[in-house]
Design a protein around this ligand. Structure first.
Ligand code: GN1
Ligand code: MG
Length: 364
C-alpha cells in the first residue's frame, strides 16, 4: 500500500488520499479503486502489464485518441460525455503515464460513479443493453480511421497465429504439461481450420476492417445502477483495427455462457440461447446501418472462433508455465481451457439455432 500511495502522489488527484482497494476481476493489469476525501473523489489507478503490452506509451496514445473521438462525438450530438467516456487523470507534469523508478507503468482514470460493470447479466434484458452498449461503441468509432491506431498486441485475434503459438508451446513443453493436456490439444487441432476462417477472410480483405474493442466481456461495460443503461465501455487497451465479429463473438462467449469462464464442472457449461438472442438484438440496434451482410452471416461462427481461440490461448499459457494470464491455482489455465472447449462444443451444436436467431433479429 505504501507503494500505491507513492504512485498516487504523482497524479493530479483532488483531495487527500484515504484508501485503495485492489479490484481483482481483470486477468492482465493490476487495478485499484482509490478514495480521496475533502473533497470526496474516487479514481481508478492501474499498473499496465508491460509483459503483455510491450509499448505502454502506444497503449496510452490509443486511449487518448479513442476517448478524444468519443468525447467530441457526444458533444457534437448534444450529449454530455461525462460518465459515457473514460477520462484519464494527468500527472502533475501534465503527462498521462507515470513510469516508476522500478520501471512500472501507471495511469489513472476518473471513477464512473453510480454505475457498475457486472460480471454476469442477471436477465436477458440486461445483456441486451450490454449488447447495445458495445454496438454503440462500434457505431461511434465507425468513422475513426483504423490505421491511425497502434497495434498494441500484434496478432491479438489472429486465430491462426494463436494456433501456431499453441503448437510451439506444445512442442517446447516448457512446464512438462503436454502429456496431461493431450486430449484438449487434440480437440483444438481438429477444429483449427474452421476456427481460422474469420482471420483468413479478414486478411483476404473480404471483411471490413474496423476499430474494435477486442475484449468485450460484459464486465467491460459500465451500467447505470439506477436505470440499467449501458453508459460507458471501459478497458480500451486492446482497441485496435479488427473485425466487429471479434467483439460480437467474445461478448457472447463470456456473457451467454451458463457458467463462468473457469467453471471446473463442465456439465454446467452451455450456450444460453435466450441470452444470445437478447445480446444480438441489442448489438445490432446499437451498430445500426454500419453492419454488412458478410458480417451478419458470420455472427454465429464468430462465437465459436472466439471461444476456440481463447481455449488455445489458455492452453498455450498452461503449457508455457502460466506466464501470461494471472492464475489463482496451478491448474487454473487447464480448467479454463476445458471450460472453453465445453462451451465450444455446445456453440458448434447450436450454429443453426444461432443463425435462425440472427435472422429473426434482422427481420425486426
Ligand atoms: C484478458 O484483462 P482482461 O481480463 O480484461 C485478456 C482477454 C481475454 C480475457 C479472458 C490483453 O482480459 O483477451 O479474453 O482475459 N486480455 C488480454 O478472461 O490478453
Ligand atoms: Mg482487458
Amino acid at each position: 500500500m505504501e507503494n500505491i500511495r507513492r504512485v498516487c502522489e504523482q497524479f493530479a488527484f483532488c483531495g487527500e488520499f484515504s484508501g485503495a482497494e485492489e479490484l481483482t476481476s481483470g486477468n492482465i493489469n493490476s487495478t485499484y479503486h482509490l478514495t480521496y476525501e475533502y473533497p470526496h473523489r474516487e479514481y481508478i489507478l492501474q499498473r499496465i502489464n508491460h509483459y503483455v503490452f510491450k509499448k505502454p506509451g502506444e497503449v496510452m496514445e490509443n486511449v487518448l485518441r479513442i476517448t478524444g473521438h468519443l468525447t467530441a462525438k457526444y458533444r457534437a450530438a448534444g450529449i454530455d460525455p461525462t460518465w459515457r467516456v473514460l477520462k484519464l487523470v494527468p500527472l502533475h507534469t501534465g503527462e498521462w503515464m507515470y513510469i516508476s523508478p522500478e520501471g512500472e507503468y501507471w495511469r489513472a482514470y476518473e471513477y464512473i460513479s453510480g454505475a457498475a460493470a457486472p460480471d454476469r447479466a442477471d436477465t436477458p434484458a440486461q445483456f441486451r443493453e450490454a449488447g447495445r452498449g458495445f454496438g454503440v461503441f462500434q457505431n461511434m468509432l465507425a468513422d475513426f480511421p483504423a490505421n491511425q491506431l497502434h497495434v498494441t498486441i500484434p496478432g491479438f485475434h489472429d486465430t491462426c497465429a494463436r494456433f501456431d503459438a499453441l503448437e510451439r508451446a506444445a512442442a517446447e513443453d516448457a512446464a512438462g504439461r503436454a502429456a496431461e493436456a493431450a486430449p484438449e490439444l487434440g480437440y483444438l487441432r481438429a477444429h483449427r481450420e474452421e476456427l481460422c476462417r474469420i482471420s483468413t477472410l479478414l486478411d483476404a480483405g473480404e471483411l471490413p476492417l474496423r476499430v474494435t474493442h477486442n475484449d468485450t466481456k460484459i464486465n467491460n461495460v459500465m451500467m447505470d445502477t439506477r436505470t440499467g443503461e449501458a453508459l460507458c465501455v471501459i478497458d480500451l487497451d486492446t482497441v485496435m483495427p479488427g473485425t466487429l465479429l471479434w467483439d460480437f463473438g467474445d461478448a457472447i462467449r463470456f456473457g451467454a455462457s451458463t457458467a463462468p469462464e473457469d467453471e471446473p464442472d463442465v456439465s454446467k457449461i452451455a450456450l444460453n440461447m435466450e441470452y444470445f438472442a437478447a445480446f444480438t438484438e441489442g448489438f445490432l440496434a446499437g451498430v445500426g446501418e454500419h453492419i454488412e451482410p458478410a458480417e451478419v452471416e458470420l455472427l454465429p461462427l464468430s462465437v465459436a472462433v472466439m471461444t476456440g481461440e481463447l481455449a488455445a490461448r489458455f492452453l498455450a499459457d498452461y503449457l508455457n508455465g502460466d506466464t501470461y494470464f494471472k492464475t489463482g491455482y496451478p491448474q487454473h489455465n487447464l480448467v479454463r481451457t476445458r471450460a472453453q472447449i465445453a462451451l465450444l462444443k455446445d456453440v458448434l451444436a447450436k450454429r443453426d439455432e444461432m443463425a435462425a436467431a440472427v435472422r429473426r433479429c434482422m427481420g425486426k
